[in-house]
Design a protein around this ligand. Structure first.
Ligand SMILES: Nc1ncnc2c1ncn2[C@@H]1O[C@H](COP(=O)(O)OP(=O)(O)OP(=O)(O)O)[C@@H](O)[C@H]1O
Ligand SMILES: [Mg+2]
Length: 258
């Protein structure tokens, strides 16, 4: 059965989509088959992978399309995408108006239809909590929360943590959790202080549980440039520091969910 990974934060611009596409391609390069499902109505996963945006999410959730009709190749071995666009936001409203359960709708569209393949389904999500984001977290074997160290990093993380606590109670969620610091710049005091504060606050919030905090990913112009060229960092600069940092995440995910 495919393992489900959901990347979420209620804060915008923290590196969700960057993490999704680089993790996905990194896993594909390790021989795993991966489908990215873009639940954000900004449709940026398609842009980052050089695939045309489409209403694939809308069609699969409320238009009656099968997964085979909405899935797209990315030109990369073992890596596929279900693109989204602004109609994704409408899909959520239609599901609610029809009185359907958004969790069941998401599961039927993107989790149950697979026949053995793929190894991983990775959900990219919009910067908010509730709705499709919450449903994608409920389905996740692994939740990854990027935390940008250029601002108060905890903001963006807490809403997702609270959602996971609620899901553990209401949906018996038993997935794993990783927090991925991003935009790290060790030359600024702010970045180091934000990392320390994140560590401190998480220790208090998670009370004794092992801290699921990963090694930070540095702020790097190369990541922005790669996205602008519709390339992953493994294509754009495979020998660079950012590729090594995302490769570390790939290894950790392979350990975490097999
Ligand atoms: N570590 C990094 N260093 C520098 N730039 C980065 C880094 N990670 C992402 N970026 C760039 O920052 C911008 C925002 O990143 P990204 O789109 O991944 O964030 P997001 O959380 O998905 O945003 P949104 O909430 O709008 O979906 C993009 O232009 C991306 O290329
Ligand atoms: Mg995004």
């Amino acid at each position: 059965m495919a393992k489900i990974i959901t990347v979420a934060s209620q804060k915008g611009g923290v590196g969700k989509t960057t993490t999704v596409v680089n993790l996905a391609h990194g896993l594909a390069l390790k021989g795993k088959s991966v489908v990215v499902v873009d639940l954000d109505s900004q449709g940026q996963a398609a842009v980052a992978l050089g695939v045309d945006q489409s209403s694939g999410i809308f069609s699969a959730l409320v238009g009656g399309s099968s997964i085979n009709q909405v899935i797209r190749g990315t030109g990369r071995k073992d890596l596929w995408l279900v693109p989204g666009d602004k109609r994704t936001a409408t899909a959520q409203l239609v599901i609610q108006a029809e009185g359907r359960d958004i969790f069941e709708a998401l599961r039927e569209a993107f989790v149950t239809p697979w026949n053995g393949k793929p190894d991983y389904v990775i959900f990219d999500t919009a910067p908010s909590v509730g709705g499709l984001q919450e449903a994608a977290l409920a389905l996740a074997h692994l939740a990854i929360i990027p935390a940008a160290l250029d601002h108060l990093a905890l903001f963006g993380v807490t809403g997702v943590l609270e959602t996971l606590v609620t899901l553990a109670r209401t949906r018996q969620w038993v997935g794993n959790l990783l927090i991925q610091p991003t935009f790290f710049d060790e030359t600024t005091r702010e970045s180091r202080r934000n990392l320390e504060e994140l560590q401190h606050n998480l220790t208090q919030l998670l009370q004794g549980a092992e801290l699921p905090l990963l090694t930070p990913i540095h702020r790097a112009t190369r990541l922005r440039e790669a996205a602008a060229e519709a390339q992953t960092i493994f294509e754009f600069e495979p020998e660079g520091r950012s590729a090594a940092e995302y490769a570390a995440l790939v290894w950790r995910v392979l350990e975490e969910v097999q």
